[in-house]
Design a protein around this ligand. Structure first.
Ligand SMILES: Nc1c(NC[C@H](O)[C@H](O)[C@H](O)CO)[nH]c(=O)[nH]c1=O
Ligand SMILES: CC(=O)[C@@H](O)COP(=O)(O)O
Length: 153
């Protein structure tokens, strides 16, 4: 049986990050976590590009542009969607997750889902560098692993 798995290595990887400015207090921590993971795994700072969009709903279209450009080996999508008083949360979460997944399938490159979708601000803070870790860091590690895995297929 042949086991195929990716190593968490830079190997000159070029990374695009799409970050939503809505709830920037949270998202900035996700971006910092992703950058920290990439830099500490020897990704060249010049090979990391961060595009800021107004909100999570705008992530997929920019992620698609990056993914289809051929300039990036992976795209990391970061945002924070926090439930409010209406059903708007559900529509945003559904479309963002579907959109990001379709970009990855359409482009053939790893597009990581680093949008925290939470019931309240406390849950978002927990996932942005406190007791539940940092989703940006996790997505960056996953991106490097996926890049290396895809090269072996
Ligand atoms: N409520 C949140 C939003 N809403 C804004 C949308 O993402 C979008 O920018 C707007 O509907 C215009 O198209 N965005 C988040 O990222 N997080 C939220 O909690
Ligand atoms: C996730 C959202 O869009 C949400 O923050 C909007 O809040 P509200 O549902 O109270 O309008």
């Amino acid at each position: 049986m042949k086991k195929i798995e990716g190593m968490i290595v830079a190997n000159g990887a070029k990374i695009g990050i799409v970050a939503a400015r809505f709830n920037e207090f949270i998202v900035s921590k996700l971006v910092s976590g992703a950058e920290d993971a990439l830099l500490r795994h020897s990704v060249n700072p010049d090979d990391i590009s961060v595009a800021w969009v107004p909100g999570a709903f705008e992530i997929p279209v920019v992620a698609k542009k990056m993914a289809m450009s051929g300039k990036y080996d992976a795209v990391i999508c970061l945002g924070a969607v926090i439930r409010g008083a209406t059903s708007h949360y559900d529509y945003v979460c559904n479309e963002v997750s579907k959109g990001i997944a379709s970009v990855s399938l359409e482009s053939g490159i790893p597009v990581m889902f680093g949008v925290v979708t939470t019931e309240n601000i406390e849950q978002a803070i927990e996932r942005a560098g406190t007791k539940a870790g940092n989703k940006g860091y996790d997505c960056a590690m996953g991106a490097l692993e996926m890049i290396d895995l895809m090269k072996q297929l």
